[in-house]
Design a protein around this ligand. Structure first.
Ligand SMILES: [Zn+2]
Length: 263
């Protein structure tokens, strides 16, 4: 039986099919779902309204519960035109792709929707979209219950200067090098050195007030992107937008270097 339904959503991904139809991955307060837009079946403008990162209200129907939803109407609630800025676009991609990857195995929660909508609005207007992207990426990871324990060294309660990527704990210099088994096989190494100031910045990114995380970003951003990249690879999987950001950040002229002690 044909039943039309309506849901608010943010467009996470668009995949064109050879037929010319488009499959959109959407995030709603009730979770991630997919809908197909049939080529030529929608009145003009609907497909454009279903562009990446748009905040939309989608009217759709499905024949059976298992079928892909078929979109019949799209209403645009908010076009965040600032996201098309070259300095903001990569981070919008990161937040959308990370949300897509994280929500696959997690129970439905409207926190995802609120957090992503807030992050995209921040990227839209903020003069430092990179700081917004880094802060919200860690917050999305925390929302999935995957945040590292970033307070004190997990072994001795000293101020930590590195992150054990594999077990998600903060470590001091003395307790940073102990791991074996699978963790030791991580190609990039399982410990990310950030320095004490870097670990304090990470603690703010992961669990401090979001406003502080955005307003006081870490000084060595390339190192933080690399840390996030390794953490996400280990705990979530490869997120292409993050790979590109980490690569670009590493290629930029670095601020004053933090040298890891030789050990
Ligand atoms: Zn320690």
């Amino acid at each position: 039986m044909r039943r039309t339904q309506v849901r608010d959503a943010i467009v996470l991904r668009r995949s064109p099919l050879p037929s010319g139809d488009v499959v959109a991955t959407l995030l709603s307060p009730t979770g991630t779902w997919r809908a197909v837009v049939r080529k030529g079946r929608l009145p003009g403008g609907n497909l454009a309204r279903l562009s990446l990162f748009h905040d939309v209200t989608v009217q759709y129907w499905r024949r059976n519960d298992d079928d892909l939803a078929l979109v019949t109407q799209v209403q645009l609630n908010g076009a965040l035109s600032g996201l098309t800025r070259p300095e903001a676009y990569p981070y919008a991609h990161l937040l959308a792709e990370l949300t897509d990857a994280l929500t696959v195995d997690h129970p439905v929660s409207d926190r995802w929707y609120a957090l992503l909508a807030s992050g995209l609005r921040g990227l839209d207007v903020h003069t430092d979209p990179e700081a917004v992207g880094l802060a919200y990426a860690w917050r999305l990871i925390a929302t999935a219950g995957l945040a590292p324990a970033v307070g004190r060294c997990a072994r001795c309660d000293a101020a930590p200067d590195r992150l054990d990527v594999a077990d998600g704990t903060a470590r001091c210099g003395e307790h940073g090098a102990e791991h074996g088994g699978a963790a030791a096989d991580a190609s990039a190494g399982a410990v990310a050195y950030l320095g004490e100031a870097g670990m304090e910045a990470l603690a703010v990114l992961v669990r401090g007030p979001l406003a502080s995380a955005v307003a006081e970003p870490p000084s060595d951003r390339a190192r933080h992107w690399r840390t996030l990249q390794r953490y996400v690879r280990w705990h979530v999987g490869e997120v292409r937008a993050l790979e590109a950001i980490a690569r670009d950040a590493a290629a930029r002229p670095a601020p004053a270097r933090i040298e890891a002690p030789a050990c």
